[in-house]
Write a protein that binds this ligand. Structure first.
Ligand code: SF4
Length: 442
């Protein structure tokens, strides 16, 4: 019996969270005991992200945090940043092991000898070798489960390093996704969030080849039938891959909730072309109209990048006005930053950092305005809330099916329950108060 303790830290997206969970389960199978990252552990595993702002600084401070608790602990780095910059991570003081995209799921094989090294040992691969699929889902960390259905991306957006960090687009088999969803349902989890890099591309590489055996529509159709899952949420989906049929299915669905997160990146067609996105802004408008036509109460989140090379004041204003007029609910604003080995990093028309910051601030202001307007629109309506597990300053929070964030005084009995509520007012902190109507699932 292994009595060693292991702790995990995840940076980045839901996909990383789902993979950390799967890796943590493999440690459990080997007899390791999982502890919190702030507790004393023998091994600290950091699942890194290449998109994180100041990724190197963040990584160093997390390593330091681990070393402060146990200076003799073994520290391993995995994930996207570990694939892209293995040597850089290996050089960080205290790091013992760096595993690339093909090795991360075999991490326990590398831990027979936990002697600390003077420098990090790197086991990386060419990203072309990352052509196999490892299914993952997260459970137990949150009231929602993140279910990975797809990995990698074949698109070539000029600012993005994800294809370099995660490889080609490939999917889990439908059979396996359904099996995982049923396993999650058995664990008393109420909501599943589908995750992947480009989930609308689901089906590609499903049987290890490039042929689509199933489509994303097939996947959502089958998942909707899995009993025991109250809610299913499509996380982020490319606008060109969000088909009318999928929107119609969600509108009539048993479990899929009316919430879409659709990356736009820019409201200027000139910039979209430079980014090598696969749509023009007119298609985006069409998608928003279609969603709102069949689900007027749907929540629509938008990713947008400011300060892309060549983005003039006019381009930015075009984006601002485009979003201002569009019936969307909130924005995730990313400030463009140069990434090594991307086309955009070589482009002319670099936008000054202070201009990027100013544009980002303006869009964050617009996002707050949009969210407020969306919430106001929802007042007086009856919605279903799933309550989460954290006590934040005496309040428990939850989300409605259409992603309105609500709060009520802390009551642990509400954790992981579903209630029908009537949304009544918006508090000073921007969250929504409500009256209970009835308990649905407790
Ligand atoms: S769709 Fe574009 S931005 Fe998204 S992962 Fe693929 S290359 Fe990156």
């Amino acid at each position: 019996m292994n009595s060693k303790k292991v702790a995990f830290y995840t940076l980045g997206c839901k996909l990383n969270f789902s993979e950390t969970s799967t890796i943590a389960r493999s440690f459990k199978d080997e007899g390791f005991q999982r502890v919190d990252f702030k507790d004393n552990a023998d091994i600290y595993v950091i699942n890194t992200c290449s998109v994180t702002e100041n990724a190197d600084k963040r990584f160093k401070s997390i390593v330091k945090q681990a070393q402060k608790v146990n200076p003799d602990a073994f520290v391993a780095a995995i994930g996207c940043y570990a694939q892209l910059k293995p040597e850089e991570l290996a050089d960080v003081n205290g790091v013992d092991l760096v595993l690339g995209a093909t090795e991360k799921f075999k991490i326990t094989d590398y831990l027979n000898d936990l002697t600390k090294n003077d420098f990090g040992e790197v086991h990386s691969c060419e990203i072309e070798e990352a052509d196999f699929y490892v299914g993952s889902y997260s459970i137990g960390d949150r009231t929602r489960a993140f279910l990975k259905v797809q990995d990698g991306c074949d698109y070539k957006c000029t600012y993005c390093t994800i294809p370099l960090a995660r490889g080609i687009s490939r999917s889990d088999t439908m059979e396996n996704v359904i099996k995982n969803a049923k396993e999650i349902a058995e664990q008393d989890i109420r909501e599943i969030v589908l995750t992947g890099v480009n989930i609308g591309d689901y089906g590609k590489g499903e049987f290890g080849n490039k042929k689509h055996e199933h489509t994303f529509l097939d996947l959502v159709t089958e998942l909707d039938k899995v009993e025991g899952i109250e809610r299913l949420r499509i996380s982020s989906i490319e606008p060109n891959l969000l088909k009318n049929e999928t929107i119609d299915l969600v509108s009539k669905s048993r479990a899929f909730v009316p919430h879409f997160h659709v990356p736009l990146q820019s409201g200027s067609n000139d910039i979209l072309k430079k980014m090598k996105r696969r749509y023009m802004k007119e298609l985006y408008v069409d998608r928003v109209f279609k969603i709102k036509e069949v689900m007027p109460h749907a929540c629509i989140g938008v990713d947008v990048i400011v300060g892309f090379p060549g983005e003039t004041d006019e381009h930015f204003l075009e984006t601002y006005n485009f979003l201002n007029e569009l019936d969307i609910s909130y924005l995730h604003v990313f400030t463009y930053s140069e990434r090594d080995n991307t086309e955009a990093a070589e482009m002319e028309g670099v936008v000054y950092k202070n201009v990027r910051a100013k544009r980002s601030k303006m869009l964050r202001g617009l996002s707050a305005k949009k969210r407020r307007a969306f919430y106001e629109n929802q007042l007086g309506t009856e919605r279903t809330v799933l309550f989460e597990g954290e006590n934040k300053e005496g309040y428990i929070h939850g989300f409605t099916e259409n992603y309105v964030k609500v709060k009520t005084p802390w009551n642990p009995e509400l954790i992981n329950t579903l209630h029908k509520v009537n949304l009544t007012k918006i508090d000073e902190d921007g969250l929504v108060r409500f009256d209970f109507v009835k308990a649905l699932v407790s």
